[in-house]
Design a protein around this ligand. Sequence first.
Ligand code: G6P
Ligand code: MN
Length: 441
Amino acid sequence: MKKYSIAIVGGASSYTPGIVRSIMNAYDKMPIKEIILQDIDEEKLDIMGEYLEILFRDENFPADVKWTTSRKKAFKGVDFIFTQIRTGGLEMREQDEKVSINCGLIGQETCGPGGFAFAMRSIKPIIEITKDAVEYAKDAWIINYSNPLPILAEAVRREVPESKSLFICDMPIVQQMTMAATLGYKEDDLVFEYFGLNHFGWFTSIKNKEGEELLPKLRDLLLSGYKLKLVDFGHLDKSWIETFENIAKGVKMFPEYIPLTYLQYYYFPDSIAEKEKEHINYTRANEVMDGRRKKVFEECYKVIEAGTIKGFDHKLDAHGDFIVDQAVAIATDTPKRFMVNVVNNKAFTNMDEDIVIETFGTIDAKGACVNTYRKIPSFYRALMINQNTYEKLTVEAALEGSYDKALKALSLNKTIPSVSKAKEVLDALIVANKEYFPELK
Ligand code: G6P
Ligand code: MN
């Protein structure tokens, strides 16, 4: 049986131990010979590398772990490249959130002005990474867990169309698990339908194995005030609990579909911004820095100090399984249904062919493919065109260094109420990001 090599870009991320655990658990289906971590943060990379070396040794896991800051070295001969980059780190996420909230807007990682700033920092790096992947590992599949997904996918679609790139998000899967638990099912026992863009979509159908449509039941539960049964996906802090609770608020407005969690920012930006103002000194970035990041690195330090993994039991979320499931479908050429982010072509029949959409498709050795066709109802189509135009203009702003396009992008974003607010937050983000943004003229 072939043994695979996997490179992880952003290998020093606190998500790495979870992803590596998932790779280890999938060994029977996809045996691996090495994992190569690549990152620009040498110090954290050393810690993660040493930690994994001890893990592999103590669990007799028959693969090597290597680490390097060089993409060329990391990519040579690998079968898969997973990316999970965060240009500027959580420290810049904190800036994005706080600068936005300070302007009276929502402060969020991937939506609104925060998502725009995250994108402006990441567009050029993701293009460079993808170009290197094509150069040094031309047969490798690149599976991106990097955000903001739809904007990076658009950048890669334009600039490196020859790359074998997939883009994955765990949010729809987590929401499916949540909805299934609420209905008294396991996620696997239900078939969901969904259309939209990443972090911007709607579930349109939920059927059980008998073909019974359960969406009306879920809708009635939510409308009657019944709380969703939340599943622990490793970041169920207070802000995320509120986010899931707001699904019901969205259903009350437009009951035909179940909105993805992230739509709260586009439906209710004013009330969310108002609430976020109350904790401008402690945003989600602070929660993550004091929570996930601290916890993971503390464990790494302790294991390295003890020289053994024995006695440590790091509880991991399912995040890693989702990316590994896709790699397994490719490696074993076993077609499987996944939520995918792909170029529309003709799947959404009344929308442009060259936009990146999110919907269900199939993944196998040839990559992701959508073989269904649907006409998007006019209200949702208009929302998606607006959002997608914002995404495309953001890519153009970064690649062309265009202030005009950056301003137009933010002016379209539904979380920002006016062109003057768009300008105010753009100028503030440029100042906060002077080391990271492309120069905007
Ligand atoms: C979900 C989304 C990811 C996002 C993450 C943020 O999993 O799908 O795209 O990065 O939430 O979670 P955090 O715990 O960092 O706020
Ligand atoms: Mn996501």
